[in-house]
Design a protein around this ligand. Structure first.
Ligand code: ARG
Length: 476
């Protein structure tokens, strides 16, 4: 009895090592739902076009329903001998429904089948990822809302630059994750196109209705037009969507990684700006006092892993001649791992930042804890309002470049007195420029500095509140 779909031509069986080397079933079985869904759409169309009988179509439906529940309940027996998810399911179908099962593959190849499966699978994963990105943005916005008036030092070169609202800082990440979600939707559009009907590479001799299959599978644009890969060679060999997705995922992980780096810095004793809940930290086996930020550190580390998958996939495609090559089987593990890593990371970050709903109170609890005093103290170091003093002098008539120089002298004096600019007596400040008056202290205060940056996208609390409003509407 032949054990492989093509064995009549072969004079000897595959060696065990080669079997193991070429098989993909132990990872691609994950595509089973997409595989069955794609097969059912194909079979429906074959029946509709009169390529197979209505009775064959009905038998296929019945058999597939049984296979679905066998797999779902863990009863399905996956066989390495049958190489991949496609051949495993097809063989079982034939076992269950006989010749109808053998007719399913009419006008189809595993090449267009697998390309369809991966697209269907990735499409639904991207929908989940977009939802998770919305959750994370909401968590950040919620924490921002409570911290509009909390002032922290803004940094450039990790040197104190100008005071900013802590909320403003958090909303910078909301912008990044909003772009990530946008990118995912964009990739989704190009993923949501049907390769099926390309057959092995050249198209097929049967009168397939590819657009019908596309519509059945929801592969339609925003106007409801069927989206079908328009060139059979490209249809079976295009993995751009997988690369684009992994690139979008990498960028998202880079954003997570930058945020992780900041969380780690902020919770170090030398900053002391925030705490994260204990359940996201671990202790040390030797140092009893330790609480380490393992979760953000791991996220930063896993970013390397996802970027590695991007490199893997893009290199996989380089140098492949048209059309399908077995190389493409290697697209799955990096893609699967990218999806798993990104989803887990987004979930954990939403909770670590925003906390979790306590069912008893309906309130979120256990998000990051903010030490407003530590942030404000830090903002007072490093002459964060020096630019405000320069702007003050400009309003009094000094050209900006001269004002810049004047303030440099004032900073030098404050540094030598070991005090902040706002702590210099008025006479001392006036010695740098005679136009300086008592109202200078308003602009040298942290709140004065913050309020003054009242332009669209600036850190003034009114602007930050307006952004929070906008995000609430956008994310609702
Ligand atoms: N398991 C294969 C893959 O993932 C399915 C397609 C195999 N096609 C072939 N002609 N060998 O790419």
């Amino acid at each position: 009895k032949k054990s492989q779909a093509w064995s009549a031509l072969f004079s000897e069986p595959m060696s065990e090592l080669v079997k193991r080397y070429t098989a993909s079933v132990f990872f691609d079985k994950r595509l089973w739902q997409a595989d069955i869904t794609g097969s059912l759409a194909h079979a429906e169309m074959l029946g509709h076009q009169g390529i197979i009988g209505k009775d064959d179509h009905a038998a296929i439906q019945k058999g597939m329903a049984q296979i679905w529940s066998e797999i779902e309940s863990g009863q399905f027996e996956w066989k390495l001998d049958l190489e991949d998810v496609h051949l495993n399911i097809e063989a079982r179908l034939t076992q269950l429904v006989g010749d109808a099962g053998k007719r399913l593959h009419t006008g189809r190849s595993r090449n267009d089948q697998v390309a369809t499966d991966v697209r269907l699978w990735l499409r639904s994963e991207m929908d989940l990822i977009i939802d998770l990105l919305v959750d994370l943005q909401k968590s950040l916005v919620e924490v921002a809302e409570k911290n509009v008036e909390v002032i922290m030092p803004g940094f450039t070169h990790l040197q104190v630059a100008q005071p900013v609202s802590f909320a403003h800082h958090l909303l910078a990440y909301v912008e990044m994750f909003a772009r990530d979600a946008e990118r995912m939707s964009d990739v989704r559009r190009r993923t949501n196109r049907l390769p099926l009907g390309s057959a092995a590479l050249a198209g097929t001799t049967y009168p397939l209705d590819r657009e019908r299959v596309a519509r059945t599978l929801g592969m339609v644009d925003e106007h409801g037009n069927a989206q079908v890969c328009q060139n059979s060679l490209d249809g079976v060999s295009d993995r751009d969507f997988a690369i684009e997705f992994t690139a979008a995922a990498s960028l998202c992980m880079v954003h997570i990684s930058r945020m992780s780096e900041e969380l780690i810095l902020w919770m170090s004793q030398n900053f002391g700006f925030i705490k994260i809940a204990d359940r996201f930290t671990t202790g040390s086996s030797i140092m009893p006092q330790k609480k380490n930020p393992d979760v953000p550190e791991l996220a930063r580390g896993k970013t390397g892993r996802v970027v590695g998958h991007l490199m893997g996939l893009i290199t996989l495609m380089k140098g492949q001649p048209l059309a399908y090559n077995k190389d493409n089987q290697e697209d799955k593990e990096p893609l699967f791992d990218t999806v798993d890593t990104l989803k887990d990371t987004l979930r954990i970050f939403s909770e670590m930042v925003g906390g979790q709903v306590n069912p008893a109170t309906g309130q979120k609890e256990g998000g990051i804890t903010v030490n407003a005093q530590a942030m404000e103290d830090a903002a007072k170091k490093g002459f964060a309002t020096a630019t405000d003093l320069a702007d003050y002098l400009v309003k009094k008539g000094q050209p900006f470049r001269d004002a810049h120089e004047t303030v440099a002298h004032a900073v030098k004096a404050a540094a030598s007195h070991n005090c902040d600019l706002s702590e210099l007596p008025l006479e001392v400040l006036q010695s740098f420029h005679p136009t300086i008056e008592k109202d200078v202290y308003d602009c040298l205060s942290l709140h004065g500095s913050l309020n003054a940056r009242n332009t669209l996208g600036g850190t003034a609390p009114v602007q930050v509140r307006a952004q929070i409003e906008r995000h609430h509407k956008r994310l609702a």
